[in-house]
Design a protein around this ligand. Structure first.
Ligand code: PLP
Length: 474
């Protein structure tokens, strides 16, 4: 059997499309049931490493197979090995969810398969990205001069910030390569993507300074200043500060305005990572955390974290798009295109040439929920986090380890690291709830990160009940 259609034969082409129509309808029905009954699915798969590989054929089929067979294997073999990030009890790492407008947009994106290398290859990709990112930029309180581009992940966005920092400090590096001695400063609580970006771009791990934090895990800018001055005295060239609003472990908030003042004084690139907490800039009660962000040179926030967007969509903004362009624009003859000044060529602003139509997802989501809906969504989670924090505070067996500015609570059982790990393992065995851990002040700490559209107070209360029970058993 071959499913390959003959493009010259209208009947063959039509059979191919109708085959899709039927299976796509069935798949959409499956998705709707999946979302409706997501609570019934175990949040974590049961298998061990290698199970799925062993269950599937070693070699690809020679003859084509029917959608029915493929979908059947998806349901029975692949799906059971899926960790359910969409599950309301998934409160590990950062809670995320794929909302229906995002899922719908993803289907349309795949169907069109348009690729926005430069404006001419897809005006819609080039321009909808400017529109959707422009809307989001306003919500983030960033001034109009900030240019927005969508990459896959925050790690990629931050790597591009590093490329900008290198170009800003050493414009000759594009042509001549890069000599050692540029220094990046970030807090010891920053996400590992900062160090990885510095490694990838050639700064070198030993030129990444991890600035100590205060009792609330915020970057100490007095020490940052000392580090910068010491490096200058040693003949090094401070190049970049990365501040975080909503760090990965504790969701602490670095003093961005103080970082901006130092960046301005020493002429450094300031990148702000608000991968998780970014959307809360729309809440009047949170806007103070973002003070100074408008003075950053670049900002990253991930709608695929706390903005209901299916993986992947990372929003990168820069006040100096010309630096990004100088660093990365390279136009061989076969990629020459419109010289109209309004034609944005996304390939000029990043390492990848191909550019997915991700903005359609953001545009659908911002329109479907609206600012009010998104504000309510964020507040719901922040209120649940406050409730959970109060339960922890009221139970003498537990201690809370960090403030709760957003929707994540760090806490621990007053006991050993092993007891805390065992407690989390017991919770995970429930099948209904999954929490993860981190390390703060040298101790293993449990985290509950509320960020899923489907998560209700009952889910959070269930997590607390399971934790209390596990605390008695470990
Ligand atoms: N920055 C922060 C603050 C994060 O919490 C994370 C991931 O959790 C990242 C960056 C990396 O995100 P991504 O997986 O999109 O690279």
């Amino acid at each position: 059997m071959s499913n390959l259609p003959d493009p010259q034969d209208a009947a063959s082409w039509s059979r191919y499309v109708e085959d899709f129509r039927q299976s796509a309808h069935a798949s959409v029905d499956w998705i709707a049931e999946y979302l409706k009954n997501i609570r019934e699915v175990p949040v974590l798969p049961k298998g061990k490493p290698g199970d799925l590989v062993d269950a599937l054929p070693k070699h690809a089929p020679v003859a084509g197979e029917s959608f029915d067979r493929i979908l059947e294997d998806f349901r029975t073999q692949v799906f059971p090995a899926v960790t359910q990030w969409n599950h309301p009890g998934f409160m590990a790492y950062f809670g995320t969810s794929a909302s229906t407008p995002g899922i719908l947009a993803e289907l349309l994106i795949a169907a069109m398969n348009t690729n926005g290398l430069h404006w001419d290859t897809s005006p819609a990709v080039a321009e909808l990205e400017q529109v959707a990112m422009g809307w989001y930029r306003e919500w983030l309180t960033l001034p109009e001069e900030f240019f927005g581009i969508i990459y896959d992940t925050a790690s990629t966005s931050t790597m591009h910030a590093m490329i900008c920092a290198r170009e800003y400090a050493m414009p000759e590096s594009r042509e001549e390569g890069y000599r050692a001695g540029l220094v990046v400063y970030t807090s010891e609580q920053a996400h590992s993507s900062v160090e990885k970006g510095a490694m990838a771009v050639g700064f070198g791990q030993k030129f990444v300074r991890k600035v100590p934090t205060d009792a609330e895990f915020r970057m100490r800018t007095d020490v940052l200043r000392q580090m910068i001055e010491t490096d200058i005295k040693a003949g090094l060239r401070p190049a970049c500060i990365v501040a975080t609003i909503g760090t990965t472990s504790s969701t602490s908030v670095d003093p961005v305005a103080e970082c901006a003042a130092l960046a301005e004084e020493f002429n450094l690139w300031l990148h702000v990572d608000c991968a998780y907490a970014g959307p809360t800039a729309i809440l009047p009660e949170c806007v103070h955390y973002f003070k100074g962000i408008e003075r950053a040179h670049s900002v990253v926030t991930n709608p695929h974290k706390w903005l209901m967007t299916p993986m992947d969509l990372s929003a990168f903004f820069t006040r100096k798009p010309e630096v990004l362009r100088q660093a990365l624009s390279l136009v061989p003859e076969y990629l020459r295109s419109s010289e109209d000044p309004r034609a944005v060529h996304l390939m000029d602003y990043g390492v990848p040439l191909g550019h997915r139509f991700r903005s359609l997802k953001l545009w659908f989501i911002l329109r479907y929920f609206g600012r009010d809906g998104i504000a309510e969504f964020l507040r719901r989670h922040m209120q649940l986090a406050q409730k959970f924090a109060a339960w922890v505070d009221a139970d003498a067996r537990f201690e809370r380890v960090a403030p709760v500015p957003f929707s994540t609570v760090c806490f621990r059982l007053k006991g050993t690291d092993d007891q805390n790990k065992a407690m989390l393992a017991k919770v995970a065995e429930s099948g209904t709830t999954f929490l993860s851990h981190t390390e703060l002040n040298g101790k293993i700490v449990a985290r509950i990160a509320i960020g899923n559209l489907a998560t209700s107070e009952e889910d959070v209360a269930l997590a607390w009940k399971l934790l209390q029970k596990a605390a008695e058993e470990v």
